[in-house]
Design a protein around this ligand. Structure first.
Ligand code: C2E
Ligand code: CA
Ligand code: CA
Length: 755
């Protein structure tokens, strides 16, 4: 009788090991390799309808080495391979083992060698080297023995599989802590948890969801979010729990978190997770009540992963901090650049990046305190989010600069104006906010995110400097301009440090008596020759922009006081010295104190100093402006509104400013001329003078170049005149000579026309 016949005889053995189960787990895949057709059919019969370790069996059959190799190319997940030792050759089966373990690197599947001839047993070392589970002669393998052998192999396979699944899960968890990318940390942590659980307890991965309280950047920071999910449910990742269709599962998760304990339902369980400052839950669709053993494992597991959960949450927070602004919770500059990078090569004709800068934010911070500043930023970010949040990507890039990416339908001056024009409610006050906005189109010219941001920033800078427009679109020409400006600022810095700046003076004449009423100090930046590197109208705005105006302005006041003190020792010296003060300088902390110090150092009466401020000052944060003006007034220092009439302050507001002087801008003087016997072009000057008189202010007209202009101004009652008609601004040495000459000659016939 052949060995095959022996094999058939075993069929009537005792009852097979069989467990029943309600769970529908996938079958164990078993590969039968034998060149004998009979062995295949006997094996099939022996294993028919069997369930081992809760799972049915699924048999695959191969008749040759070639066939086996083919099937292994597509199926690597065999749990057990029943392998005939002798096939085409005496050791074909052993070579096959080597192929499976070494070439195919299938380490988990269990191998049972079978042979018809007892003499062909492989060397013992081969068992170890190739991790062979069992070696049997076919004669030995009764049905029952076969099943026992397969069961042992499957149990072993399951263990090995669990270990390696665990290892995979563990790797995911470990990796999670080293990731520093958006959201990946908690996501891969959850994925690790899911893999571990599924393999630990043999649950289908499909029914597992890991939920965490609040993704930190979510609109609802306390809500529950799906942090991880497997299979079909993975589309839910990052979604709020409300998006879960399975309402029973949802309710179970919510209950577990509410009650802070695990729940074991009929066909599910929820493991509650808690870390020092967060909580979560893992929902598992077990399809049956977990056994007590399983429950114990679950609990141990939950305790173990809590530590990881803690870590991951910390990493997540670090991660969040790396990409988000902690105050507004908006994405930060780094994140914004990454977002912009998406558009590097993408021409999106309709899309723009916009930078919005809140004007004078620092003053609000200084004037009303950091809390007010913070709530301003919060309100601002809320305003942006509620109006543009759905359609645009919004970030906070710096202290008072917000970045937005979106379509032109939303990011256009009109719409932004509408959104930002309403005042903001800050600590019970209504505070209007002025903004400057730089826009840059996303043209997709292979421009990296950072460059796009730079472009938008160039446009923003331009908008800040433009008097006429608070919006600018980036254009390539602007770049050269920027480089030029930075260069000027750098040189100005150097020259100021090496004391190359000078203060020149222009006299102001009192038409009532021909005396020099005052002097206006004007800054000069001389070059090595007789000229100037840049006129003040160019370099002062740059100094303001760069902040350099503060030290320069301090120096101007100090120098003017010093020079004026020197002039005071001369006979008939002017009564006043006027100094121009920039708005940032006026608002800088300690400004009034510094002015008083300069006066004190040079033993000057405070009321000989007039500070000229531009009219735009009055549209800024009014209360802090008035406070500073009052401080000056209390110190006896006079203030003057320069270039009056060119700004756009409301007269009603101006009326309340504690100032003592108005300067009619030269724009309203230059058109004054005589046509026949009649003066024309002086209406504005006339109006300003009337206004000044009504408000009891001294009125100075500047830019007076012609006798006619002077005559007209005198005819309407303007008393103080400044302009080229009398003198151009000049350095101190020249001024001293000029003053001497003027005082000597002013009564003479030569100067008749003067008054
Ligand atoms: P501003 O305060 O309006 O100064 C008057 C400007 O008019 C001066 O220009 C002066 O040279 C010029 N000017 C005087 N008389 C006449 C005239 O009859 N005809 C014409 N066409 N121009 C006349 P400058 O010196 O070029 O200064 C330009 C601006 O730069 C000043 O305008 C002022 O706003 C600013 N500035 C000058 N020095 C300082 C300073 O020390 N600090 C600050 N913050 N700004 C200054
Ligand atoms: Ca001035
Ligand atoms: Ca002026």
């Amino acid at each position: 009788m052949s060995s095959n016949d022996d094999f058939i005889q075993i069929i009537d053995d005792d009852e097979p090991l069989q467990t029943s189960s309600s769970r529908e787990l996938p079958p164990w895949k078993i590969l039968v390799v034998d060149d004998d057709e009979g062995v295949h059919s006997v094996t099939k019969l022996a294993l028919k309808n069997l369930t081992i370790l809760d799972r049915p069996l699924s048999l695959y059959h191969c008749y040759s080495v070639k066939e086996t190799k083919e099937i292994l190319q597509h199926n690597r997940d065999f749990a057990v391979i029943l392998l005939d030792v002798v096939m085409e050759t005496d050791d074909a089966g052993l070579q096959m083992v080597s192929y499976i373990r070494k070439e195919m690197q299938m380490e988990e599947c269990r191998i049972i060698l079978r042979t018809g001839q007892p003499g062909y047993a492989p060397e013992l070392s081969i068992f170890n080297e190739y991790d062979i589970n069992d070696y049997r002669t076919k004669a030995e393998l009764t049905r029952n023995r076969l099943i026992t052998s397969i069961t042992a192999a499957l149990r072993s396979y399951r263990q090995i599989n669990t270990i390696s699944e665990n290892r995979r899960g563990l790797e995911l968890i470990i990796n999670a802590t080293s990731y520093l990318m958006d959201r990946t940390a908690i996501r891969s942590f959850s994925q690790g948890v899911l893999t571990q659980l599924a393999s630990l307890l043999n649950f289908p991965q499909n029914g597992i969801v890991c939920v965490q309280r609040g993704f930190p950047d979510a609109a609802n920071p306390d809500g529950l979010f799906v942090a991880g999910a497997a299979g079909e449910l993975s589309s839910l990742i990052t979604h709020p729990i409300e998006d879960m269709h399975d309402t029973e599962a949802r309710a179970a998760i919510e209950e577990s978190i509410k009650k802070r304990h695990h729940i074991y339902g009929e066909d599910y369980c929820v493991i509650y997770l808690q870390s020092s400052d967060n909580e979560g839950a893992v929902y598992i669709n077990t399809q049956h009540i977990p056994s007590e053993d399983d429950q114990r494992i679950l609990e141990v597991f939950a305790a173990n992963i809590t530590a990881c959960f803690n870590n991951v949450n910390m990493v997540e927070r670090l991660n969040f901090a790396a990409y988000n602004d902690p105050l507004t919770l908006l994405p930060n500059r780094t994140r914004f650049i990454i977002e912009l990078d998406h558009y590097a090569n993408m021409a999106v004709p309709d899309k723009l990046v916009a930078l919005i800068d809140i004007s004078h934010f620092a003053d609000l911070n200084e004037g009303l305190g950091i809390d007010a500043g913070n709530s301003m930023l919060m309100e601002f970010s809320k305003r942006l989010k509620s109006n543009l949040g759905e359609q645009c990507y919004i970030a906070r890039l710096g202290a008072d600069v917000f970045g937005i990416i979106g379509s032109e339908t939303f990011l256009n001056p009109e719409n932004l104006n509408v959104i930002l024009s309403k005042p903001f409610q800050i600590q019970g006050m209504e505070i209007p906010v002025r903004t400057n906005i730089g826009l840059c189109r996303l043209t997709g010219n292979q421009v990296a995110g950072l460059t796009l941001l730079k472009h938008a920033n160039i446009a923003l800078t331009q908008a800040k400097q433009s008097n006429s427009s608070r919006f600018e679109y980036y254009a390539e020409e602007m770049e050269g301009n920027t480089r030029w400006r930075l260069n000027v600022i750098r040189r100005l810095h150097e020259d100021f440090d090496s004391r190359k700046l000078q203060l020149w003076y222009q006299p102001q004449i009192d038409l009532r008596n021909g005396k020099v009423w005052g002097l206006e100090a004007l800054l000069r930046w001389p070059d090595a020759e007789q000229g100037f590197i840049q006129p003040p109208s160019t370099f002062i705005p740059l100094a303001e922009y760069s902040g350099l105006i503060i030290p320069i302005g301090d120096w101007v006041i100090e120098k003017a006081c010093e020079d004026y003190a020197e002039l005071k020792s001369l006979p008939d010296s002017p009564e006043y010295i006027s100094v121009n003060v920039s708005i940032p300088q006026f608002r800088s902390s300690g400004f009034v104190g510094k002015v008083k110090d300069s006066l004190y150092r040079h033993q000057l009466e405070p009321n000989s100093l007039v500070l000229e401020l531009t009219e735009s000052l009055s549209i800024d944060d009014q209360s802090s402006v008035i406070d500073t003006l009052k401080d000056l007034q209390n110190a006896g220092i006079a203030t003057s509104i320069d270039d009056f009439g060119t700004g756009y302050s409301s007269l009603s507001y101006l009326k309340d400013l504690p100032i003592s002087c108005l300067k009619i801008d030269q724009a309203f003087v230059k058109d004054i001329r005589k046509e026949g016997e009649i003066f024309v072009g002086g209406d504005f000057a006339d109006t300003i003078l009337t206004l000044g008189n009504k408000m009891d202010l001294k009125v100075v007209a500047e830019g007076v170049e012609t006798v006619e202009q002077m005559q007209y101004l005198r005819s309407i009652g303007c008393e103080i005149i400044q302009g080229f008609l009398y003198a151009k601004p000049m350095p101190m040495v020249e001024l001293v000579k000029w003053l001497e000459h003027w005082n000597m000659e002013k009564g003479s016939d030569q100067y008749d026309w003067v008054i």
